[in-house]
Design a protein around this ligand. Structure first.
Ligand SMILES: [Zn+2]
Ligand SMILES: [Zn+2]
Length: 388
């Protein structure tokens, strides 16, 4: 039985020595195998994963590699487990941990950072200067589960206590996996200054971050909130999440439409979540003079940018990585208070053993999949028992 030295376990919460885990082989190849259950160190806990959502960045990592960085290089054939948007139950405590108890329900954010570099000290742990430095002589303790350390497409993971948030019992496992996505939108709006109550916000691109960006902006008091996209059914979900106006860019020019809604003036803020090659140029034309644009998505290649327009109009440009400055805690608070319904973006559920099929749904947007969630066999069994 699992009883590593210095680790606190509980009779009521038996942990096996081995677990089922997916590991990345060649690009695009996932292998289901047995792996040892990892051991938490100082300031860490062992999490029994109950559900994990699939993110577009998982697809990047599985098929192309970056931004995953394992032992200083590409993540292929390193017995490494991807997946980063998970939630679960605390199963064991590392030495000295009293911030959480065994049995606590939690959801996670990704980046623990190294905790010692300049950016980590500023709360910008998603921009840690020691990204991926967690091996050999260069071990600075950096963790970004599912990017630089083992992630959540498995049954058990180790998490730094600073990467966890308690979730209320009222929130379902599936909804709890979405907290980190809402946290990314929250971080974007935090970096834009956060004081958006009564100010106009445009969100471009109704993917998961864009849609929850609408919910978070609305919860923070932004008015009006405008969402642009190409598909009416997604825009309709945006409306349910609080968008005051939606613009289908296949039917009308989004810059003209935004300016018309705002009396010709342009928006105070744009949260760019489309990753369209012309996304930044359009955002810069939607925003008013002195306005702010946050880039939360990125195109695959280099794109031409109208720099003169940015300079002449004093437009502020922010890039964000992940969910820094404890944004996940604030997003969870909004969700717990039911300020927006993140469940609207959860479309499909699979079991862990069917991960490749779940990934196909996410990748090919089968059946208009938005957020595909994978559940663990133990959690599925528990739910069945509770229902009976
Ligand atoms: Zn993600
Ligand atoms: Zn750091």
């Amino acid at each position: 039985m699992y009883a590593p030295q210095g680790v606190k376990t509980s009779k009521d919460f038996p942990v096996p020595d081995m677990q089922k885990a997916w590991v990345l082989g060649e690009p695009g190849q996932l292998i289901f195998k047995e792996k040892p259950v990892p051991v938490p160190g100082k300031a860490e806990v062992l999490v029994r994963i109950d559900a994990v959502a699939i993110c577009a960045t998982d697809l990047e990592v599985i098929y192309h590699g970056p931004p995953a960085l394992i032992e200083g290089g590409l993540p292929f054939n390193k017995n490494w487990t991807p997946g980063h948007e998970y939630m679960g139950t605390v199963a064991a405590l590392g030495p000295g941990v009293d911030e959480y108890k065994i049995g606590d329900r939690i959801t996670v954010e990704i980046h623990a950072g190294c905790g010692q570099c300049k950016r980590c000290r500023e709360g910008m742990y998603t921009s840690c200067h020691n990204y991926g430095m967690n091996y050999g002589d260069m071990n600075k303790g950096h963790r970004a589960n599912g990017f630089t350390t083992d992630g959540g497409f498995c049954e058990y993971a180790v998490n730094n206590i600073n990467t966890m948030v308690h979730v209320s019992d009222e929130m379902s496992d599936e909804e709890a996996t979405l907290v980190v996505t809402a946290g990314t939108a929250m971080y974007g709006l935090t970096e834009l200054g956060g004081l958006i109550a009564g100010e106009s916000v445009v969100v471009t691109g109704p993917g998961p971050i864009g849609l929850l960006g609408v919910g978070v902006a609305k919860a923070m008091g932004a008015s009006p909130v405008i969402l642009t996209g190409t598909r009416d059914n997604r825009l309709e979900i945006g409306r349910k999440l609080g968008a005051d106006h939606v613009i289908n860019i296949r039917k009308e020019d989004p810059v003209d439409a935004v300016r018309k809604i705002l009396g010709g003036k342009g928006a105070d803020y744009v949260l760019e979540c489309s990753a369209a090659p012309n996304g930044l140029n359009e955002a810069a034309r939607m925003v008013n003079r002195g306005g702010k644009v946050c880039l939360a998505a990125f195109p695959h290649g280099e794109v031409p940018v109208d720099v003169a327009h940015l300079v002449r109009n004093n437009i502020y440009l922010f890039g964000i990585r992940g969910e820094g400055k404890s944004a996940t805690h604030r997003a969870q608070a909004f969700m717990e208070q039911k300020r927006f319904d993140a469940r609207l973006i959860h479309t499909h559920t699979f079991e862990l053993k069917d991960l490749p099929e779940a990934i196909r749904y996410a990748k090919e947007r089968v059946d208009d999949a938005i957020k595909v969630v994978v559940r663990m066999p133990s959690a599925v069994a528990q739910k069945k028992m509770a229902a009976e």
